[in-house]
Design a protein around this ligand. Structure first.
Ligand code: FAD
Length: 117
C-alpha cells in the first residue's frame, strides 16, 4: 500500500498529544507501581505503534534513553527530550522543553484536588 504522509503525520500529532498530556498528569510522587506502569506503557507503545518504521526507530530511542519515571517533571522532561530526538531526525524545529509548563492540558476539570494538574 502507498504511504500516506498526511495520515502518518496526523497519527503522530495525536500520539504525541496523548503522550505529553499523560506525562503532565503523571503523579508528582509516583509509587513503584506507577513507575512500572509508565515504563511498561512506553515499551508497549513503542512496540505496537502502528507506523512500523516509526516504531522501530522509537524502540531504539527507548533503549538509548529509557523512560524517566521518578517524578512528573522528569517524565515530562524525558518525553519532551525524546520527541525532540524524533524532531531532529525528521529535520523539524526543536521544542523548548523549559516552556512545556501548562502546554498540555487534559481538560479534565476538577477530578483532582485544586492545585493539582
Ligand atoms: P509533531 O512532531 O507531531 O508535534 C505536535 C506538536 O507538539 C507541535 O506542533 C508542537 O506544538 C509540540 N511539540 C513539538 N515538539 C515537542 C516536544 N519535544 N515536546 C513537547 N511538545 C512538542 N514520522 C515520520 O515521518 N517518521 C518517523 O519515523 C516517525 N516516528 C514517530 C515516532 C513516534 C513515537 C511518534 C509519536 C511519531 C512519529 N512520527 C514519525 C510522526 C512525527 O513525529 C510527527 O508527529 C508528524 O510528522 C507531524 O509533525 P508536526 O510537525 O505536526 O508536529
Amino acid at each position: 500500500k502507498l504511504e500516506n504522509a498526511t495520515a502518518k503525520a496526523e497519527l503522530g500529532r495525536a500520539s504525541w498529544k496523548l503522550l505529553h498530556t499523560m506525562m503532565a498528569r503523571f503523579p508528582e510522587k509516583p509509587t513503584d507501581d506507577d513507575r512500572l506502569a509508565l515504563e511498561t506503557y512506553m515499551g508497549l507503545f513503542a512496540r505496537l505503534y502502528p507506523c512500523g518504521e516509526c516504531a522501530s526507530h522509537f524502540q531504539k530511542l527507548l533503549k538509548k534513553y529509557p523512560p524517566q519515571t521518578s517524578s512528573r517533571n522528569n517524565a515530562a522532561g524525558w518525553a519532551c527530550f525524546v520527541h525532540n530526538e524524533v524532531n531532529k531526525r525528521l529535520e523539524k524545529e526543536e521544542f523548548n522543553c523549559e516552556k512545556i509548563g501548562d502546554f498540555y492540558d487534559c481538560g479534565c476539570g476538577d477530578d483532582k484536588k485544586k492545585g493539582e494538574k
